[in-house]
Design a protein around this ligand. Structure first.
Ligand code: ADP
Length: 424
């Protein structure tokens, strides 16, 4: 069955956020981990999101992966392509947002695309081409210290301009125009295209702005942005009589077996969530130094969880504060400490699945990737939302698993209990 909208996400948890946004607005989406080779989209999916790990990959690699994803999405019937990146425009002076967007535009033979990372519900707004995080300019937010993509220029027109092909410039649709609504916006985009402006940053301060922008972009072959601007797209397809009413997020299947929580994120939010869960349920801490020394083993940890899971949920976590993480990194090196922990979670997840566990809650983007790979999950359907931006999902194919995968900083303090409480 043909899909309507095809999306390419530059990271894993951001892609889930987009699939959730589409589902919430009545467009069922399936999320793929990497480009599915030779596999058709399943019946009932109106959108497909291909999640890549291309945000900080070398530019050529990011472009090649994105083009491969685009080719597969077009083969599934996609009428419009959405390139999803972070609402803080995470990228470097070289890319990858500009180069990927330019390559997709060429591939689609399209004349113009927009750039709109705004996500007002999470405090990300764009005004006069400047990106704000809450009340601070992007360059004065915590993003200026990001280890991989430090964002020190809040002016998206200028910053994107540096990433674009030679002789290309970015234009701006300012908020004064956006607030005039979709007709004025569409006319302004056409006028800019007539002047040769192919790349247009669009201001947005509210969800209403995003809905109008979405409507104005109904005819664009390529749209780029955060998940926010995707909220207006399902309605375009409904208006055209292509998308049936009533679809969206799917109910979770009721599965036998216990539920395990695996937390490998060391972010502040996750540490709070771990502390809250450890008060009520059995918990086991993984220590990278002990893992390295052989004092702790993944199989032991899985056996410990197996015993407890018959009676209720259990938590295995490596989450630790900066001092402890620093000690582990000093002793083992940053990369090896992370790899040891990820490998341990991968083995634990596999052992638990073999023991019949079918429900996993995982905290941490990298940790989620390691666990999904170990479980052999290649595609996800999107279930109900747990906390903003984080849905329950379930895997396509055998065996069916329910998976809640959250990036470290997402979710309230009671996230794990809330997620567990939603299982049928
Ligand atoms: P987040 O979404 O918060 O960034 P990730 O799972 O993406 O979480 O990244 C956390 C990284 O930290 C992973 O590579 C993980 O293996 C590593 N890690 C987890 N616990 C520890 C620890 N106690 N010491 C050192 N590194 C750790």
């Amino acid at each position: 069955m043909a899909i309507l909208l095809g999306a390419i996400g530059d990271d894993f948890t951001g892609s889930t956020d987009l699939a959730l946004m589409l589902g919430k607005h009545g467009m069922p989406a399936v999320q793929y981990l990497g480009v599915p080779a030779g596999q058709p989209a399943p019946a009932g999916a109106q959108a497909a999101v291909v999640a890549l790990k291309s945000r900080t990959a070398p530019v050529q690699q990011a472009v090649a992966q994105s083009l491969a994803a685009c080719g597969w999405l077009l083969a599934q019937g996609a009428r419009q392509i959405f390139f999803k990146y972070c609402s803080t425009f995470d990228s470097t002076a070289q890319g990858n947002i500009g180069p990927v967007a330019a390559a997709l535009l060429e591939r689609l033979g399209a004349g113009q695309t927009i750039f709109c990372p705004a996500f007002p519900a999470n405090g990300r707004t764009v005004y006069q081409g400047h990106l704000f995080v809450g009340s601070a300019l992007l360059s004065e937010s915590g993003m200026r210290h990001h280890p991989l993509t430090p964002m020190t220029d809040p002016n998206l027109v200028r910053f994107l301009g540096r990433q674009l092909p030679a002789h290309s410039r970015a234009g701006l649709l300012p908020h004064a125009l956006v607030r005039q609504g979709h007709q004025a916006l569409a006319a302004a985009l056409a006028e800019l295209e007539g002047q040769g402006t192919r790349y247009v940053v669009v201001d947005a301060l509210t969800d209403q702005d995003l809905m109008e922008i979405g409507r104005a972009c109904a005819g664009l072959r390529l749209i780029t942005g955060g998940s926010g601007v995707a909220m207006g797209l399902p309605e375009n397809f409904r208006r055209a009589g292509l998308l049936p009413a009533g679809g969206g997020l799917e109910p979770l299947p009721a599965l036998p077996g216990g539920a395990a929580v695996l937390a490998g994120s060391c972010s502040e939010a996750t540490r709070g969530q771990v502390a809250a869960m450890a008060q009520a349920w059995p918990s086991l801490r993984l220590d990278p130094l002990a893992l390295a020394a052989g004092g702790q083993g993944a199989e032991q940890a899985a056996a410990w969880a197996g015993e407890h899971l018959a009676r209720g949920p259990a938590l295995i976590y490596s989450s630790a504060g900066p001092e402890e993480v620093g000690r582990a990194q000093e002793g083992l090196g940053r990369a090896r400490a992370g790899e040891l922990v990820e490998a341990a979670f991968a083995r634990i997840a596999r052992a638990l699945r073999e023991a019949g566990v079918a429900k996993f809650i995982v905290a941490g983007g990298e940790t989620s990737g390691a666990v999904l790979e170990a479980l052999g999950v290649r595609a996800l359907r999107i279930g109900p939302e747990i906390d903003p931006g984080v849905p329950w999902t379930f895997s396509l194919g055998e065996p069916t698993l329910c998976l809640a995968l959250k990036s470290g900083n997402f979710g309230g303090r009671d996230f794990f209990a809330k997620a567990l409480g939603m299982l049928p």
